[in-house]
Design a protein around this ligand. Structure first.
Ligand SMILES: Nc1ncnc2c1ncn2[C@@H]1O[C@H](COP(=O)(O)OP(=O)(O)O)[C@@H](O)[C@H]1O
Ligand SMILES: [Mg+2]
Length: 335
């Protein structure tokens, strides 16, 4: 059995202003063991970044606030540790690659300096030692160490992203949270960065949470997947569960909206409608207004979690309360 690293329970996070309350994260559960990579998937506005910021305890406050839940990391609730302790955990044990990483490099400092800075603070290395290790880190992400004294603008987009990864990995964190790390890159560079992340994961056994809206990216890197919708995890399981036996209508919708080479119908079938307004979420199942299978009960009853061998999904179909033979079809075959 792999050792459990992260266990998030019932995490809820709001952004609240005088006028309104945005219910960004509404009772999220996530489990991650050592060496595992979880893909956190969902449309824009689902609450993915807010969840990640919650783990780092970096939700901007105000207007953001962690309302409830627990985030156990190595057996300790991060929501209860002091800010001082959290500061040491950030960067040394958990590090995050932020969405839009191109802006997270400082344009007036050399890349070597920016990597070395992390090492000086967290690993207590001297300036010279840190600069030497910064070179190693650059090499590790496929950039010649000789470029340590170059500035960010001297690098291409893909290389800048590698530098950001080098900074995030400088202290060999146990958990790396990467928020849409390849979204801003073109497809070939994206593939290189994903290869690199795979290599690093194999080499250092780093656990990762990879946030993306792209199921193709998930397929290349992740062991587990959590599908997020309106601040909730609507389905989670192994990569096999999600890709071969998707259960939730929303997950089915996500697959139907990506092009496939071997599909018999060549029309894409995007999910109709929009993500609900997080200041005014639907009652019952939050997906019901967009769900092709929704019945009357879906607007009033909140689905419980159904589970089959660690594969979890929240949908009334699997509680036997709504008819959707198409969704249940695959159950007839062997499971
Ligand atoms: N600083 C903020 N103030 C108010 N609302 C916010 C803030 N940051 C995010 N939100 C809202 O929280 C919801 C979830 O956002 P986010 O976590 O960024 O989703 P995702 O990363 O999945 O796109 C969205 O409705 C977004 O508009
Ligand atoms: Mg985001």
């Amino acid at each position: 059995m792999k050792k459990k690293l992260l266990s998030i329970k019932e995490l809820a996070i709001n952004y609240s202003t005088d006028e309104e309350v945005v219910n960004a994260v509404n009772g999220v559960d996530i489990e991650l063991s050592e060496g595992e990579t979880l893909g956190l998937v969902g449309e824009t506005g689902a609450g993915k970044t807010t969840t990640a910021l919650g783990i780092m305890r970096l939700v901007p406050n105000p207007p953001g606030k962690i309302i409830s839940g627990s985030i156990e990391f190595e057996g300790e609730d991060l929501l209860k540790v002091t800010e001082d302790k959290m500061r040491t955990i950030r960067g040394s044990k958990i590090s995050m690659i932020f969405q839009d990483p191109m802006t997270s490099l400082n344009p007036v400092l050399t890349v070597g300096y920016q990597i070395a800075e992390v090492l000086e603070i967290h690993e207590k290395l001297s300036k010279d030692q840190a600069m030497e290790k910064a070179k190693d880190m650059l090499e590790l992400v496929g950039i010649p160490g000789g470029r340590v004294n170059d500035f960010p603008h001297q690098f291409s987009g893909g290389m800048k992203q590698r530098v950001v990864i080098a900074i995030a990995l400088a202290c060999n964190p146990q958990l790396l949270i990467a928020d849409e790390p390849t979204t801003a890159l073109d497809v070939t560079i994206q593939a290189q960065v994903l290869d690199l992340m795979n290599d690093l994961k194999n080499k250092f056994k780093t656990s990762m949470i990879l946030i993306t809206h792209d199921l193709g990216v998930v397929a290349q890197v992740c062991d587990k997947v959590a599908i997020m919708y309106a601040g909730e995890i609507v389905e989670s399981g192994s990569i096999y569960d999600i890709f071969e036996r998707p259960k939730h209508p929303y997950t089915h919708g996500l697959f139907d909206s990506i092009p496939s080479l071997d599909s018999e119908n060549d029309r894409l079938n995007p999910i109709k409608g929009l993500m609900p307004d997080p200041t005014n979420l639907p009652t019952g199942c939050k997906f019901h207004p967009r769900c092709p299978y929704a019945a009357e009960i879906c607007s009033s009853r909140v689905p419980a979690v159904s589970e089959y061998n660690g594969h979890k999904y929240r949908c009334l179909v699997y509680e036997g309360l709504v008819e959707a033979p198409e969704l249940l079809e695959e159950d007839k075959h062997g499971r």
